[in-house]
Ligand binder design. Structure first.
Ligand SMILES: Cc1ncc(C[n+]2csc(CCOP(=O)(O)OP(=O)(O)O)c2C)c(N)n1
Length: 530
């Protein structure tokens, strides 16, 4: 028997994918999913960061069209970016196997919203599997590959922060799948999703889902724990562990697949229970479906839809306790590192009372006191569009104070189309974009991206120079300045740009303080080339 290992959920997914014969992993970093691909590479798997989640999903789909098994990883909001791929590849189906590993963040440990990926599964018609611990992260990853290959359908493996980051013992299987031999088989009606083909594929998809649902009723990854009381709890993921601990005497149906649901199993389980509950994190996804099928389960009070569940919160749900919950002690709020290069730029923008359309990254911390120097942050890349929108309608004196600020990784992720809009539809007062280029994706733990010139494993590749790209896109005034050593020049460049009616892009380039040593060592071993 293979040796047991102590693994986080993310490490277990990486190992599970490798053992499932996955040929290639793709993704874009995002807490809590980032370590999956990093560990997959450390284990010897082939993997690469893509510029964003949509491209990552497309590459993985190509791998699966070629008859190989592929995994694409992302955080929950990454699926918004990749959703266009997800919905239509559910129709086309795949040849090898394709698993979307999507990590949700109930409680917003490090995210801008608490969206529930299970709804994407239902909306796109893609099965969703939910592990509740590291062992299941390993087993269910393998199951996701098996189901995907069997029904030739993409499968979502829904992780959550607690499952991704908790470490527990995993017994890996002795059975290790070898990667499939890729081979192109032409299937134009199956992969060219024009209406005439897609209409047929939609019917096929619904038929596959009915089959998967039948399979789930009898062979699905569902477990029943028979309790001693007449209370019945339906649950999934890590919430089922909290439910078990909160009320060990209740019978528990733990669902490993949350879309499509095995309704016969669920309704049969609930039948003779005098008290019935559904314990789930995030949206009432199970509750809604079970009630729609005629299951008599109560809605949980609205506050429990928000934040992570824990044993105490589950006890409160079971008791119907609606008294205010204790407020957890506030930790120290995060802040920019001392002497972070981003800080210099924001101090300058604050001094001039600029209206800052911001973006996501370490630099978003500039929105918090004492700097309070960012006025909006919505989603990756939004700084440019939102900045332009403000410029289009604000009175001229205010429009001239608007600056968009974006990080280098975020720029490569979704800033390029914003620049296209800026050049295509410039506001009458022009616009100013500052790209904070700290030569890494600092926020998620210093990952590489297309403008660093290094791949996931830090070996060199062609570097995309942001200043050259924006010049080629038609921005006339493009400057590269060091925000620490050339702060005065940077300040006067911003002031001049705000007075002009032109488009200006300033690349504020200075390595992240925490990454600088590592970047130097990579550069020393093999310099990057552009
Ligand atoms: C669609 C989406 N994918 C991933 C993330 C996670 N994430 C937030 S910001 C960011 C990149 C930050 O890097 P950069 O723009 O270079 O700024 P830095 O942190 O280095 O200052 C990532 C990966 C996210 N919030 N949304």
């Amino acid at each position: 028997m293979t040796e047991k290992r102590l693994l986080s959920g993310n490490e277990a997914v990486a190992l599970g994918a490798l053992h499932a014969g996955c040929a290639r992993g793709t993704g874009y970093p995002g807490t809590p999913s980032t370590e999956i691909l990093e560990n997959y590479t450390l284990l010897g798997g082939e993997a690469a960061w893509a510029p964003n989640e949509k491209v990552a999903a497309e590459v993985a789909l190509g791998v699966a069209f070629a008859g190989s098994r592929a995994m694409v990883t992302m955080k929950h909001v990454g699926l918004n970016v990749a959703a266009d791929v997800l919905f239509t590849c559910a129709y086309s189906g795949i040849q090898g196997a394709l698993v979307f590993v999507v990590a949700d963040d109930p409680g917003l440990a490090s995210s801008q919203d608490e969206q529930d990926t299970r709804r994407y599964g239902m909306a796109a018609g893609v099965p969703v599997i939910e592990p509740g611990d590291s062992q299941e992260s390993y087993d269910f990853t393998r199951l996701a590959f098996t189901l995907s290959a069997r029904w030739k359908i993409p499968v979502i493996l829904r992780m959550t922060t607690r499952v991704s980051h908790t470490t527990a013992i995993v017994q890996p299987s002795d059975k290790i799948e070898a990667p499939l031999s890729p081979h192109f088989v032409r299937d134009i009606p199956g992969r060219v999703m024009i209406p005439g083909h897609a209409r047929i594929k939609h019917r096929e998809l619904r038929a596959k889902l009915r089959e998967i649902q039948e399979w789930c009723e009898t062979e699905g990854p569902n477990q029943i724990h028979q309790g001693t009381s007449s209370m019945g709890i339906v649950s999934c993921g890590v919430a089922s562990q909290h439910a078990r601990e909160a009320c060990p005497e209740a019978s528990l149906l733990k669902l490993g697949m949350t879309y499509p649901l095995p309704f016969k199993l669920i309704l049969g389980f609930l039948k003779n229970k005098t008290q019935r509950f559904v314990i789930e994190e995030n949206d009432p996804f199970l509750v809604e479906q079970i009630r729609a099928e005629g299951g008599d389960v109560p809605w949980n009070p609205e506050p429990y839809r928000m934040g992570e569940l824990n044993v105490e919160r589950v006890r409160r749900i079971l008791k119907g306790d609606l008294t205010p919950e204790p407020v957890p002690a506030r930790g120290r709020p995060p802040r920019l590192c001392n002497a972070c290069p981003h800080g210099y730029v924001f101090e300058m923008l604050k001094k001039h009372d600029c209206i800052v359309a911001g973006d996501i990254g370490c630099y978003t911390l500039a929105a918090l006191p004492p700097l309070s120097a960012m006025d909006s942050q919505i989603c990756m890349g939004a700084s440019i569009g939102v900045g332009l929108g403000l410029r289009h309608v604000l009175p001229e004196a205010e429009a001239r104070r608007v600056v968009s600020v974006i990080g280098d990784s975020t720029f490569m992720h979704s800033g390029l189309t914003g620049v296209a809009e800026m050049v295509f539809n410039p506001p009458p007062t022009g616009h100013v974009l500052i790209v904070l280029d700290n030569l890494t994706t600092a926020m998620t733990g210093q990952q590489e991206h297309p403008a660093t010139g290094r791949k996931l494993d830090h070996t060199p590749t062609t570097r995309i120079l942001i200043e050259e790209v924006v010049k080629a896109m038609g921005v006339k005034t493009v400057l590269v300045l060091d925000p620490v050593r050339q702060l005065a020049e940077l300040e006067s460049a911003v002031m001049k740009a705000l007075q002009s009616n032109d488009l200006t892009v300033i690349v504020a380039r200075q390595p992240c303080l925490l990454a600088a040593g590592r970047i130097r060592s990579y550069e020393k071993s093999v310099p990057t080339h552009s």
